[in-house]
Ligand binder design. Structure first.
Ligand code: TRP
Length: 336
């Protein structure tokens, strides 16, 4: 099946970093040439963990600004925050009455997030993947670019679509495909090449934030952990050298080149030389994004109006699909 409509989303958490850019945003930007895209800031998902209302609003704007700064075209495609389109929550409820507890019990992200104290976990956190299924199926999206960690949720979305279709003997919801992009771009911590780059890492030197200026980016790359050997001249030589592998991966992703190609260029050279090149590259790619994010932060009214218009356009697609779903389920309407 060829992908014609793409849906993806990201939670409104502050401090977006290089991992979010290379792992998600950069790929989303590229997909705009291949299909119609709907990109969402998933604020309904955010409240599955307690949020400060003011911070939630600020983070929603900041993430939307990052989408725009990275190159999402909100005129050609659709960019909005999830809570503006009520149909997401409504379809999620219907899907709560399709999905099985056993399916959700198997979700590894829930198990990780819930930890041991299951009785205290919010019902919404448990039902989170059902809402994600609603996000996607509400538009009949058939392609879902996600990281490896979300693949299981897209598979659940397929199960829910299939279960709905067979429950009501219809062929209504399509089965969306997970698109695992940037597989090679697992961006790891600059302090420990075996841990993912994360906004919750205690050390700010572990990550490059999209809000970091050029000097901060340079300092963080200069301080990034390495090992004593020069760089290998073949990709195989990166094995067992997580920090070298991470820095090469970051270079390749930023430059849109293959890792093997980058290794051939820098093979045998010292980290200090390579890091200088990496700083120049990182600053040249991230500098303009950073500048645009600052510009947008100073003009929140603009971001808000983009999201409002995006929400209106999203609703135009979602409403007829929700309406048809109501008919299939048997909800009584005037004239129905
Ligand atoms: N659960 C996703 C994450 O945490 C975000 C998300 C919500 C999403 N709804 C989605 C991603 C729909 C893709 C499609 O990364």
């Amino acid at each position: 099946m060829s992908v014609s409509l793409i849906f993806s989303g990201m939670q409104p958490t502050g401090n977006l970093h290089l991992g979010n850019y290379l792992g998600a945003l950069k790929n989303w930007v590229k997909l705009q040439d291949k299909a119609s895209c709907i990109y969402c800031v998933v604020d309904l998902h955010a409240i599955t963990q307690p949020q400060d209302p003011k911070e939630l609003r600020a983070a929603t704007r900041e993430v939307a600004a990052a989408y725009l700064a990275a190159g999402i075209d909100a005129d050609k495609h659709i960019l909005f925050n999830q809570s503006r389109v009520r149909a997401h929550a409504e379809l999620a409820w219907i899907f709560n009455c399709v999905a099985r507890i056993g399916w959700l019990n198997r979700m590894t992200q829930f198990k990780d997030k819930a930890g041991k104290n299951r009785d205290n976990v919010l019902v919404g956190l448990f039902a989170y993947p059902v809402l994600m299924a609603a996000d996607i199926l509400l538009y009949h999206a058939n392609g879902v670019p996600v990281g490896e960690d979300q693949k299981q949720h897209v598979e659940l979305t397929r199960d829910i679509a299939q279960a709905f279709n067979s429950m009501f003997k219809v062929d209504f919801f399509p089965l969306p495909e997970p698109m695992i992009l940037g597989e090679a771009t697992r961006v790891m911590s600059l302090r420990d090449g075996t841990k993912k780059m994360s906004k919750s890492d205690a050390s700010d030197y572990s990550r490059i934030n999209l809000t970091d200026d050029a000097d901060t980016i340079a300092l963080k790359i200069q301080k990034a952990k390495t090992d004593p050997e020069p760089l290998p001249d073949h990709e195989d030589g990166l094995e067992g050298r997580p920090e070298a592998e991470n820095l090469i991966t970051i270079y390749a992703a930023l430059a849109d080149r293959l890792k093997g190609d980058v290794v051939r260029q820098f093979g045998g050279q010292s980290f200090s030389h390579f890091k200088k090149e990496l700083v120049d590259l990182a600053v040249s790619v991230l500098g303009p994004i950073n500048a645009e994010m600052r510009r947008l932060a100073a003009d929140p009214g603009h971001v808000d109006s983009v999201l409002r218009r995006g929400g209106e356009r999203a609703a135009v697609i979602a409403e007829p699909i929700l309406k048809k779903t109501h008919e299939i389920v048997g909800f009584l309407k005037d004239g129905g």
